[in-house]
Ligand binder design. Structure first.
Ligand code: SF4
Length: 641
């Protein structure tokens, strides 16, 4: 690959994107990606903010696929990045390749339930008695629209479909009949699938990639936002079977029973719902969980029965018989679907009660919908190595934050790619002039919840008073976030003080950006899901070092499992994970070459504890601050610059 022809000042990318400036790290990453694609071998790249990593992998991948007639799967964790790739980066890559005389085809595929199923739509319209008047009109309009539509993706539908209706017309792999079905000619998902089959670059998400769904064959895979791969794999390879799902399922059986005048089925559904309710509640209480658990930490399941409740088995059997008896009748598909769902529920329940591997965490949670049994693999790396990475095609993993104190070695072994080549590319931004860091001393120990919340609130209010632009407060616990939010709103006047959850994630971030001087409190996804350039995000406050929550059942299972295998939970798992998340939180601050701002850490363990140095060493060199006056002076210097 002639890198200069693509990335040089006169190259194809410069012609495709106005304002483009060559960046040596971007070229270096593109070269490494090209080498992996051409010669094979896995690659892990940490590319700091501003490297331009999307085009650094998309351009070589596009060039490789278009010239060698290959297909590359590009997987992301978030919808936002998928859209960014499809709406901005891939059109740029296509334009750049066009300048070289190469057409580029790209497409996106998502999970089944993102697509309208024409067959289910037709079947539902044939049973108007089960749909409201407005629902019927909506279905009629949708049916007309499907006649000329080129995609069945939900985001392209002409109007919003309520979730309860969507659940009845979305593609369902349990009942999808594929080319053998009567609606194949009109199937819209088929069109999306055919585009994917022709694409050089196919964009998917980690959940779909890991799901085992049949994707078009590919010759290489690139996983962006790879820092989320373990969590995505844990969720994908894990199972949950709880009362909320059982209630929905048995309600569907009751509706079908009413429609087809089968009262015995309805009675069995009632019995299954109450039997499961008792079964799950007994297990929850036996494990020490007696009520809904706001922080969703759950309790480990120490011992469990080795069979589901008999009422569930009775319902499963009756549905199997009803489906067999319905053969050739209009209700056959629905009966088969219902039976498949109830059978899957029983299968998931058994996967928790009797897991097939000892490296499985099993716990009971109690969300608002009722007790729920959950299981997740603890050896995600092995599962990934044996599943996703055993296909014999190059895998390229990238993110802005993957390394910990140990470079990329730890990450590579955790995701099952210990032998992958590695490349770390620093951000081209000048953190020594653009960023400042202050580690605050004297905030009381979080064990004294009252004093800790009061001190955090006061310090946050003081910080906000000294920072002219937007301030982002990152928490590790919902409980503390809510408490501080309540207190902080009374202390800050004249500036919006918002908390995650008041409106949709993206809408909230845009409001925060538009306000310019707002205060936003967030947890979890906000450590990595915010991209606000400029003064609208001038200061990031990290309230606590983001260690995994040791009181959660999953972490307790992980600790036990690691220790049983001779490993150290803190050193081998908790600390590296916390450092990676800490770097992600820090990374929210500087998003462009002209951004300037400060990160404040309110957890004094970063100064007092030996492991604090691992956190501090993981940050880029930046100006050190020592107090509120320093913080104010830093921003005043900015204003005077
Ligand atoms: S093949 Fe048939 S059942 Fe499957 S999504 Fe298409 S229309 Fe629906």
């Amino acid at each position: 690959m002639d890198l200069a022809a693509l990335f040089g000042p006169e190259g194809a990318l410069a012609r495709a994107r106005s304002g483009y400036e060559p960046r040596p790290p971007q070229e270096a990453m593109a070269g490494a990606v090209w080498q992996s694609l051409e010669r094979g071998g896995d690659l892990v790249v940490e590319a700091g903010t501003g490297v331009g990593k999307s085009l650094a992998y998309l351009l070589p991948a596009a060039l490789w696929a278009a010239t060698r007639d290959r297909r590359v799967i590009v997987s992301t964790h978030t919808r936002a990045l998928q859209e960014q790739l499809l709406n901005h980066e891939l059109p740029t890559a296509a334009k750049a390749l066009e300048a070289l005389g190469l057409p580029l085809r790209y497409a996106m595929l998502m999970g089944a339930d993102n697509y309208l199923c024409v067959q289910r739509l037709a079947r539902l319209r044939a049973r108007p008695d089960t749909v409201s008047e407005t629902g019927k009109e909506l279905l009629d309009r949708l049916d007309t629209w499907t006649r000329d539509a080129q995609t069945g993706h939900r985001s392209n539908l002409p109007e919003l479909i309520p979730q309860n209706l969507w659940d009845r017309i979305a593609r369902d792999t349990d009942v999808c009949m594929g080319p053998g079905g009567p609606y194949w000619d009109r199937c819209l998902w088929r069109r999306d699938r055919e585009r994917a089959d022709r694409a050089h670059i196919l964009v998917v998400n980690h959940a779909l990639l890991l799901s085992g769904a049949r994707l078009p064959p590919s010759d290489a895979m690139i996983l962006d936002e790879a820092h989320n791969l373990e969590d995505a794999a844990s969720a994908r390879y894990g199972v949950a079977a709880g009362l909320g799902r059982a209630v929905v399922l048995t309600e569907e059986v009751r509706v079908a029973a009413k429609l087809y005048a089968d009262e015995s089925l309805s009675a069995l559904a009632d019995e299954a719902a109450s039997g499961l309710g008792r079964f799950l509640e007994d297990l929850a209480r036996g494990s020490g969980l007696n009520a809904p658990d706001e922080e969703n930490q759950g309790k480990l399941l120490e011992s469990t029965p080795d069979a589901p409740p008999p009422e569930l088995l009775a319902l499963d059997k009756a549905l199997a018989e009803a489906a067999a008896a319905a053969e050739g009748r209009p209700d056959e598909t629905e009966m088969r679907m219902l039976h498949a769902r109830v059978a899957q529920f029983g299968h998931d329940l058994m996967a928790v009660l009797k897991p097939d591997s000892s490296a499985t965490a099993r716990w009971v949670a109690w969300p608002r919908t009722g007790p729920e049994l959950r299981a997740a693999p603890l050896d995600v790396g092995r599962r990934l190595a044996e599943g996703l990475f055993s296909r014999g095609i190059p895998a390229i993993l990238t993110s802005a934050t993957l390394s910990t104190g140990d470079g990329l070695k730890d990450f590579k072994s955790r995701v099952g790619l210990p032998e992958a080549r590695e490349l770390v590319l620093d951000s081209p931004y000048d953190y020594s002039t653009q960023a400042a860091f202050w580690a605050v001393e004297g905030i009381p120990d979080p064990k004294d919840e009252e004093a800790h919340a009061a001190a955090v609130t006061q310090m946050c209010a003081d910080i906000v008073a000294r920072v002219p632009g937007g301030v982002f407060l990152l928490f590790s616990s919902w409980k503390l976030l809510k408490r501080v939010h309540g207190l902080l709103r009374k202390k800050i006047a004249g500036r919006p003080v918002w908390a995650q959850g008041v409106s949709g994630h993206e809408a909230l971030v845009r409001e925060f950006e538009d306000a310019g001087d707002a205060v936003l409190l967030g947890v979890d996804t906000f450590w990595q899901g915010i991209d606000v350039p400029g003064e609208a995000l001038s200061c990031v406050v990290l309230v606590k070092l983001p260690f995994p929550n040791v009181s959660s059942a999953l972490e307790e299972a992980r600790r036990r499992w690691l220790e049983e295998n001779g490993r150290d939970y803190f050193k081998d798992w908790s600390l590296p994970r916390a450092v990676m998340k800490f770097r992600q939180g820090f990374g929210r601050l500087i998003r462009t070459g002209t951004d300037r701002g400060a990160v404040v850490c309110l957890d004094s363990r970063v100064l007092k504890k030996g492991y604090g140095k691992t956190f501090l060493r993981s940050l880029p060199p930046c100006k050190k601050l020592n107090g509120l006056d320093d913080l104010e002076a830093f921003f005043k210097a900015d204003a005077g610059a």
